[in-house]
Write a new protein. Structure first.
Length: 421
């Protein structure tokens, strides 16, 4: 729910957890938030002493270390000033670094003790001034077929304005869907299509904004580019990966795009055509229809029925896999999917958090019949909160994606048929 709230608002989501199983029950969600760069802060109680005493309620061998396996960091606050400082650190890093889940643990004796009030919150300077080098200007001026790939880190950036000025085509990751809606040279969220690398290879300049270009974005190791790549990301680790950007820039994509727009001279023509973009999209849609028959038409019908501003939270289910590719989003940040960690049971609690954050705006959960069972108990929270929350269950009576993968690998499909409980 904290993850869903954070995605809906762009503000940190905070969850309070009890010691032991409270933390372990939340670790899957914390791992999802880490994987998808969502600002979630977990504050958990912990036992005061575990080395000399055994058999305590909720006792773990290493609670702080367990959380560290799925969070950006996990630390114990042994007094109130430490707790205040760690919380300030988490909130500051959410504003200035790549946002990822963090955990603060507070011993029970400290929770029960008196403490001085928290100090005043310090303002964090998050603006990064980007210097557009002559080399970047020259690359942009000389490119005939530039291609912009925009990820979730580019939400809020003037991507369409930049593409128009450069005469560039665009693609987005799943997290960046909606950034380029209505732009005639937008290929959509089709990076995972194998033949997308042919399109990428035909570009003479690649500009990647706020994307890991991870395995779950591409489902192949090579992006396919042959020309220079300007890559902008807040995470220095991303900039040094195997994609080997010729011009890595450690900066926020929003500020970089604004500065680049001021530095370049708009192009009057483009080396891309609307016809080639439309042809590629039609080919990819046909491929999706052939791979998972019947689902595309259901996606089209549901899209026609939903309000434009509906926010959707989906689970790991074939319906969502199809929709992520062929469902054009009207605006960014309105379809949330557990892409990186691949968590079953994500959709319902995350949608509850999103519905709370958006106060009556249309919010929808989409889950598979297996995934829905992971967190069906959260219906109680939705009812307590009085939420209007449509829940669509893609019920094909089986783990269809797993069955298909087993059949394709010539393995007898075992334990994939569900018995309705």
């Amino acid at each position: 729910m904290a993850d869903g709230y954070a995605r809906a608002t762009g503000q940190p989501g905070v969850c309070y957890l009890i010691s032991g199983p409270g933390l372990t029950n939340a670790m899957t969600a914390l791992g999802q938030a880490y994987s998808d760069s969502v600002p979630v802060l977990a504050i958990a109680s912990c036992l005061d002493e575990v080395a000399a005493t055994r058999g305590q309620l909720h006792q773990m061998l290493d609670q702080v270390g367990a959380a560290r396996t799925v969070c950006d960091w996990s630390e114990c606050a042994n007094d109130a000033p430490a707790a205040y400082q760690l919380i300030d650190r988490a909130l500051a890093e959410f504003e200035t670094k790549r946002p990822r889940s963090k955990a603060v643990h507070v011993p029970i004796a400290q929770l029960e003790a008196r403490a001085e009030p928290a100090p005043m919150k310090r303002d964090v300077v998050a603006d990064i001034t980007v210097s557009i080098s002559p080399a970047i200007k020259e690359l942009c001026a000389g490119a005939k077929r530039p291609l912009i790939i925009a990820g979730g880190g580019a939400v809020g950036a003037q991507v369409v304005e930049l593409a128009t000025a450069l005469g560039a085509a665009t693609m987005t990751t799943y997290a960046g869907r909606g950034l380029c809606h209505g732009y005639p040279l937008d290929f959509g969220a089709q990076l995972a299509r194998p033949s997308s690398q042919d399109v990428i290879a035909s570009a003479d300049l690649l500009i990647v904004l706020g994307s890991e270009l991870a395995e779950v974005d591409l489902w192949r190791r090579s992006l396919g580019h042959e020309g220079p790549m300007i890559r902008v990301d807040m995470d220095a680790e991303v900039l040094s990966d195997h994609h080997r950007a010729s011009h890595p820039i450690c900066a926020d994509a929003v500020g970089f795009v604004a500065d680049l727009l001021e530095a370049i001279v708009p192009m009057e023509t483009s080396g891309w055509t609307e016809a080639e973009v439309a042809a590629a999209i039609a080919t990819w849609r046909a491929e999706v229809e052939a791979e998972r028959p019947g689902i595309v038409e259901v996606c089209d019908a549901l899209r026609a029925a939903l309000p434009d501003d509906a926010m959707i939270y989906s689970d790991m289910t074939q319906f969502a896999y199809v929709a992520k590719e062929i469902w054009p989003m009207e605006r960014p940040g309105h379809w949330h999917h557990p892409t990186g960690f691949g968590t079953l049971g994500y959709a319902l609690p995350a949608a509850i958090g999103g519905a709370v954050a958006r106060k009556g705006a249309p919010t929808v959960a989409i889950a598979g019949d297996y995934g829905f069972q992971y967190t069906v108990q959260e219906l109680g929270a939705a009812v307590e909160l009085g939420l209007s929350l449509p829940i669509i269950v893609w019920d094909n009576g089986k783990l269809k994606e797993i069955e298909d993968s087993m059949v394709n690998a010539q393995i007898p499909p075992n334990a994939v048929i569900a018995r309705n409980p």
